[in-house]
Design a protein around this ligand. Structure first.
Ligand code: E4P
Length: 219
């Protein structure tokens, strides 16, 4: 399972990269705004800075919502760095844009996916990644994880190569359940990734080992 971090915060991206388990980064316009990044030149510079930190794919979202401008924006983003994946919303022109990018060998991430029908369209258009938003479905009392299971079944039925990128992951159990269901990738905050580390028996066991070692050494 690939681990992506869902942030535009350079310090957090670096922390996850230094841990040695990071496979990529996803961003969106809200995450960029949260870091105070605005204006075309600053946005471009920020994507370049992220690409300099990580080894894997970096999703950069188009702002346009019409086919022509999505293509223009996406081509400019893809030209920044081979790590860039053009993130395109699941709308009619977005599907057309994904098909176009896929024919040009440009990697795409189809975002804002909330149903298996949308995921099926993304795969048919040739998306590299599809991003079903698990947490946002949970937020409206709908089972976000069930969507991951449905998409896995549908993609496996037909051998679609589009990778399921479980997005809007909020906590460690989301990650574990997505892994059990066979999601190819998950993207979430650093806190959810670091929470996987935690177990009280690890902490108490380590404390005991260190205490026994010190005792045996007469300290
Ligand atoms: C996906 O790529 C999105 O950036 C993201 O996962 C949205 O997560 P949120 O619902 O926590 O904002």
């Amino acid at each position: 399972m690939k681990f992506f971090i869902d942030t535009a915060n350079l310090a957090q991206i670096k922390e996850a990269q230094d841990l040695g388990i990071l496979d990529g980064v996803t961003t969106n316009p809200s995450l960029m705004a949260k870091e105070g990044i605005s204006g075309d030149a600053n946005v471009i510079a920020h994507y370049k800075a992220i690409c300099d930190i990580v080894d894997g794919d970096v999703s950069a979202e188009v702002i346009a919502t019409d086919f022509e401008n999505m293509v223009k924006e996406g081509e400019a983003l893809a030209a920044l760095n081979p790590k860039i994946v053009v993130k395109v919303p699941m709308i009619k022109d977005g599907v057309k844009a994904i098909k176009y990018f896929s024919s040009k060998g440009i990697k795409t991430n189809c975002t804002l996916v909330f149903s298996s029908g949308q995921a099926l369209l993304a795969a048919k258009a040739g998306a590299t990644y599809v991003s079903p938003f698990v947490g946002r479905l949970d937020d409206i009392s709908t089972d976000g994880l069930a969507l991951i299971e449905d998409i896995r079944l549908i993609y496996d039925n037909y051998g679609y190569e589009t990778q399921i990128l479980a997005a809007s992951v909020r906590h460690p159990m989301h990650i574990i359940e997505c892994a059990k269901m066979g999601a190819d990738v998950m993207t979430g905050p650093l806190s959810a990734i670091l929470a996987l580390l935690k177990h009280p028996l690890t902490d108490s066991g380590l404390a005991q080992f260190l205490a026994d070692h010190a005792k045996a050494a007469g300290k």
